[in-house]
Design a protein around this ligand. Structure first.
Ligand code: ADP
Length: 185
C-alpha cells in the first residue's frame, strides 16, 4: 500500500468502460459509507469547468484536457482526501493521490444494451464494447497503480451492485483502522 499518511480520508477511484455502473456505485457508496465521501463525476466536472478543448461531433464527446482535470482536483485531494473519483479512465490521476481503484466490469452484450439505451451512436457503442472485451480499463489501471490497490468487480445485477458497495465499505473500515494504528505507532 502507498504511503498516503497526510490524508485523513481515503481517495477511491471507481472506473470502468462507460455504462459499467460507476455513477450508480458511487451514489450508493456515498449513502452507505461510514465516513463522508464526495462523489466527483469527472465527466460532469469537465463540462461544468470547461476542462476540455471543445466537443468532438463525430464521437459525441468532449476532448478532455487531462492536465486541467488534475489541476482542478489537486486542491480537493490535497485538502485531506475523501473523494470518489468516477471516470472511465484513471491513469491521469497521480499515483500518490489514490488509495483504492475499483474497476467495474460487465458482460459485453449487457453493456451494449445499456449504451444503446443511453442513445450513444453505434460507433461509440462499438468502441466501448470492444474496450470492455479487451479489458482496456483494467490493463490501464494495473499499469498505473500498485497491483494490490486495483480491484476488478463484476457489475451485472443489483446483487453485484450491493455486494460491491458493501465490499468497498468494508475496505473503508479497514483503512480507518489502519490509520488509527499508524497514528498510534
Ligand atoms: P457509468 O457511470 O459507468 O457510465 P451508470 O452508473 O450510469 O454507468 O449505469 C449505466 C446503466 O446501467 C444505468 O441504467 C444503471 O442503472 C445500469 N447499471 C449499472 N450497474 C448496474 C448493475 N450492477 N446492475 C444492473 N444495472 C446496472
Amino acid at each position: 500500500m502507498q504511503e498516503n499518511a497526510s490524508r485523513s480520508l481515503p481517495v477511491i477511484v471507481i472506473t470502468g468502460t462507460p455504462g459499467t455502473g460507476k455513477t450508480t456505485h458511487a451514489q450508493l457508496l456515498v449513502q452507505q459509507s461510514p465516513i463522508p465521501l464526495q462523489h466527483i463525476n469527472v465527466n460532469e466536472l469537465v463540462k461544468e469547468k470547461m476542462l476540455h478543448d471543445g466537443f468532438d461531433e463525430e464521437w459525441q464527446t468532449y476532448v478532455v484536457d487531462e492536465d486541467k482535470v488534475v489541476d482542478e482536483l489537486e486542491p480537493l485531494v490535497s485538502a485531506g482526501g475523501g473523494q470518489i473519483l468516477d471516470w472511465h479512465t484513471c491513469d491521469a490521476f497521480p499515483e500518490r493521490w489514490i488509495d483504492l481503484v475499483v474497476v467495474l466490469q460487465c458482460n459485453h452484450t449487457q453493456l451494449w444494451d445499456r449504451l444503446e439505451a443511453r442513445g450513444y451512436p453505434l460507433k461509440k457503442i462499438q468502441e466501448n464494447n470492444e474496450a470492455e472485451i479487451m479489458n482496456v480499463v483494467l490493463e490501464e489501471a494495473r499499469e498505473a497503480y500498485a497491483e494490490e490497490i486495483v480491484v476488478p468487480l463484476q457489475s451485472e445485477s443489483t446483487e453485484d451492485l450491493e455486494s460491491n458497495v458493501s465490499r468497498i465499505v468494508q475496505w473503508i473500515e479497514a483503512w480507518q483502522k489502519n490509520q488509527v494504528l499508524d497514528s498510534g505507532s
